[in-house]
Write a protein that binds this ligand. Structure first.
Ligand SMILES: Nc1ncnc2c1ncn2[C@@H]1O[C@H](COP(=O)(O)OP(=O)(O)OP(=O)(O)O)[C@@H](O)[C@H]1O
Ligand SMILES: [Mg+2]
Length: 411
């Protein structure tokens, strides 16, 4: 709707300017013809604006070119002074050039090129003024910059239109900001919903478990006490991890990315991440195939952030797998870059979604992953950190086939 309005306003404005130009052009043509008629009246002995056959003597042959039939010969100088006088009377200030037809030689003899009321000696005669087999005596006047002069006369209108155009642009910008704000507030709402849910589950598990521990019958069963204590510990750890993730991104957002770069063994950290995920999720220890082909495992990077990058991508590969996760991690050295590819055979994404996943709080709105919880900040963090290391991250993905995330870090 807004786009339609903007396009209509711009179109109307264009039409308005075009009409205004045509109007100015008509007025200018009318004034020129009037001035030329006056010149003619002073030249013609009979003082008429018509020739003997009753044809009009002042004719406009093209927008910039006027021809005037006269009934006797006139010198260039005489014509020049007449033209200057009448043009200045009619307030026609633009540059012009005139030529008088020479009957004997059958060609146009150029007069002066008049610029700002004075002859401009340097200006060359306009080539290509056509000779008309028109009348025995005639002269013609050519206005090379007529359109420019009309535009200059329309200055006020053009400025006003320009202002209106700026107002329209401003309007578009405001709408853009409004839409962006709306999207942000929706995202924020989703995030708070997600967070509440994520926090609620461990909190209620912890309170139920502690309630159970308080039960007097429980004191006798050491095994059950240990069971509940383990549950509480695990849930507390889960809460801690979630708080950590949010804090991590909050810290990064305050532009305080501090990298403690050191020479690290990338393969060692990748193995550690694979193990940690296995321990946390309890999945088959062989879920991940390691295909290390990099010439050297060493890399200059911040070990904590490097570990988190791999961990986040790997965690997604497990979270968004269809049934049993199958992951392949490949490392390679290419043009001084250390590349790490993490491929899964999960639910995949369509290209439109894939373009958005690195944005903060973005989660693919799909039924398939409805029950999978998350904040939508894992990949945002990954991209920020990869960039901070001077690297890049790509994703290749197909719905129902799987995804490959490739991190390229400069070596
Ligand atoms: N390997 C993958 N396969 C399919 N979809 C994925 C994959 N990795 C990420 N996605 C999609 O990208 C979205 C953003 O991922 P991201 O890791 O940033 O957030 P999240 O996993 O939802 O939450 P968290 O902040 O806890 O990581 C996910 O919600 C998911 O829809
Ligand atoms: Mg994630």
């Amino acid at each position: 709707m807004a786009a339609f309005l903007v396009v209509s306003i711009t179109f109307c404005q264009f039409l308005f300017l075009k009409k205004a130009f045509e109007f100015q052009e008509k007025t200018s043509d009318h004034n020129i013809q009037k001035a030329l008629s006056r010149v003619l009246r002073e030249i013609n002995t009979n003082g008429q604006n018509w020739d003997q056959q009753g044809n009009k003597s002042v004719n406009q042959l093209s927008p910039k070119y006027f021809v005037v039939n006269i009934d006797h010969k006139i010198s260039s100088d005489q014509l020049k002074s007449l033209l200057k006088k009448e043009f200045s009377n009619m307030d026609i200030n633009g540059e012009f050039q005139f030529a008088v037809y020479d009957k004997k030689e059958k060609k146009l003899l150029f007069g002066d090129y008049i610029s700002h009321g004075k002859p401009d000696k340097k200006a060359k005669p306009v080539a290509g003024l056509p000779v008309y087999d028109y009348n025995d005596y005639y002269f013609c006047v050519y206005f090379p910059f007529k359109n420019q002069n009309i535009l200059a006369d329309m200055g006020m209108w053009i400025i006003l239109s320009g202002l209106l155009f700026i107002a329209v642009l401003f309007f578009i910008y405001t709408i853009y900001i409004l839409l962006k704000q709306k999207r942000l507030s929706e995202i924020q709402k989703d995030f708070i919903n997600n967070m509440t849910h994520e926090f609620q589950t461990p909190i209620s598990t912890i309170s139920i478990s502690s309630e159970a521990l308080k039960d007097s019958k429980m004191i006798d069963s050491k095994e059950r006490i240990i069971n509940y204590a383990t549950i509480i510990q695990e849930e507390a750890l889960r809460l801690q991890k979630q708080v950590d993730t949010i804090l991590q991104v909050a810290r990064v957002d305050q532009h305080s990315i501090k990298l403690n770069k050191e020479k690290i063994d990338a393969h060692y950290h990748i193995r550690k991440a694979v193990e940690k995920i296995q321990m946390q999720t309890g999945i088959n220890p062989n879920y991940c195939v390691l295909n290390f082909q990099a010439e050297s495992p060493y890399l200059l990077a911040d070990p904590i952030h490097f570990f988190n990058i791999i961990y986040n991508i790997l965690e997604n590969a497990i979270k968004y797998s269809k049934d049993l996760p199958e992951v392949i991690i490949t490392t390679s050295t290419l043009k001084n870059n250390f590349n790490i590819s993490i491929s899964d055979k999960g639910v995949g994404m369509n290209p439109k979604e894939a373009r958005l996943i690195f944005k903060k709080f973005y989660r693919v709105p799909s039924k398939k992953i409805k029950n999978i919880k998350g904040f939508g900040i894992g990949l945002y963090y990954v991209r920020l950190m990869t960039k901070a290391h001077g690297g890049k991250i790509y994703v290749e993905t197909k719905v129902d086939i799987g995804s490959t995330f490739t991190v390229c870090l400069p070596n």
